[in-house]
Design a protein around this ligand. Sequence first.
Ligand SMILES: NC(=O)c1ccc[n+]([C@@H]2O[C@H](COP(=O)([O-])OP(=O)(O)OC[C@H]3O[C@@H](n4cnc5c(N)ncnc54)[C@H](OP(=O)(O)O)[C@@H]3O)[C@@H](O)[C@H]2O)c1
Length: 263
Amino acid sequence: MQANPKSPWPWRHILITGASSGIGRALAEALAAPGVTLHLGGRDAARLAEVAAACTAKGANALPHQADVRDAAAMAGWINAAGPLDLVFANAGIGAGTGLGFERPDDARAVFETNVTGVLNTALPAIAAMALQPPGADGVRGRVAVVASIAAFVAAPGAPSYCAAKAAVQRWAEALDATERHRGIRLHSICPGYIRTPLTARNRFPMPMLMEPEEAARRTLAGIAAGRLRVAYPWPVYAMARLVGGLPPVWRAAMMQRFPGKD
Ligand SMILES: NC(=O)c1ccc[n+]([C@@H]2O[C@H](COP(=O)([O-])OP(=O)(O)OC[C@H]3O[C@@H](n4cnc5c(N)ncnc54)[C@H](OP(=O)(O)O)[C@@H]3O)[C@@H](O)[C@H]2O)c1
């Protein structure tokens, strides 16, 4: 991989799932520059086209692609046809919780299918393709960033499936990095706190240190560029999640029962 003088970031061939909204959109726009090819995935064609147009206006070669991350064959087809990939974001995700007083079974399944299986459907073909690419000057063939969450560190009663799904992909990415880095592939777990996107717009509880998606994108890219295995921000929310997550389960549950569930 050669540095791109037209971009503050070193990557030229990038694929992002969930690029049609929120954090994915902000990542795409932050990475858009002349000499950069962006493969942009999502389901909503109109919003994807809008993001692609914004990236093209910044000089990037933006290639929108409608794909559902739950469809393993479609995801493998898209990723295998994309050509070389320096950086892949398994970012697409949905939220659900106990806002109705309980977590609906269909919501629980949908969260695992999108936030866990969808991540595997993105990361596994990307890793297989990267293994065949030549390493760059830094010895890295490619990077896969899995967008987990600070929710990975707390079993919050208001969002059981969401927390469990995020814990699964955060641990999977961090464990896998230990072996994949020996063949030149790096994994990164991205653990944002509360970010202002459509996903959090319906939350009915206080969201400490709510951050704009542009700032989340900047911190994510800076963390990956620095080679950090886990990119978690903002640190006070991360520290609090680690603290609460480390409490005895009964104390944690009693403390967190007071928060309304996620819709
Ligand atoms: N916002 C936060 O506070 C926060 C904090 C920590 C982690 N995260 C994580 O960050 C990621 C992005 O979330 P966001 O806040 O940016 O939410 P968002 O604005 O709702 O965007 C979600 C994106 O995921 C895509 N998506 C959802 N289901 C999909 C599917 N089955 N197939 C393909 N694409 C699908 C959506 O595309 P379409 O609409 O086109 O289908 C959309 O582009 C998620 O993994 C989320 O869990 C968010």
